[in-house]
Design a protein around this ligand. Structure first.
Ligand code: ZN
Length: 131
């Protein structure tokens, strides 16, 4: 069963709010660091389309903002999948991801089974985090 439009827009709002919080957080950190180019970068992310966010975040990632940058990247990806109509489908097996799971974790790319398998195989292969 596809995700009802009402639930979908709730999830969208949830992610957009989260993105706002993350950007505020990054802005604050960069203000403290007194690095104008980084503050500028955050400004660009704020205005960027979801498509171009990834490349901007690669720069952020390089300056040890891994957690926020990764979450922002996940949000951009999820919003993009909403627009292309693939949101809520598991990346690996194509099954619809449980709505309750999406409510807790709106940027989920995989169903629980595939996510577990994915994490297992990743932790066995290497420990390098991938964006
Ligand atoms: Zn799956």
């Amino acid at each position: 069963m596809p995700i009802p439009a009402r639930e979908l827009s709730q999830l969208k709002i949830q992610m957009e709010n989260r993105r706002q919080v993350l950007l505020e957080e990054l802005s604050r950190q960069f203000k403290d660091s007194d690095d104008k180019s980084l503050a500028e970068l955050v400004g660009k992310v704020r205005d960027a389309s979801d498509e171009s966010v990834a490349s901007l975040l690669a720069d952020l990632n390089a300056v040890h903002m891994e957690t926020e940058a990764r979450e922002l990247s996940d949000i951009a990806g999820a919003l993009l999948r909403m627009r292309t109509g693939t949101y809520g489908n598991c990346l690996d097996c194509g099954t619809e991801i449980n709505l309750e799971r999406l409510k807790i974790y709106p940027t989920a790319k995989r169903c629980i089974q595939c996510q577990t398998a994915h994490e297992d195989s990743r932790s066995q292969k290497d420990t390098t985090p991938s964006l």
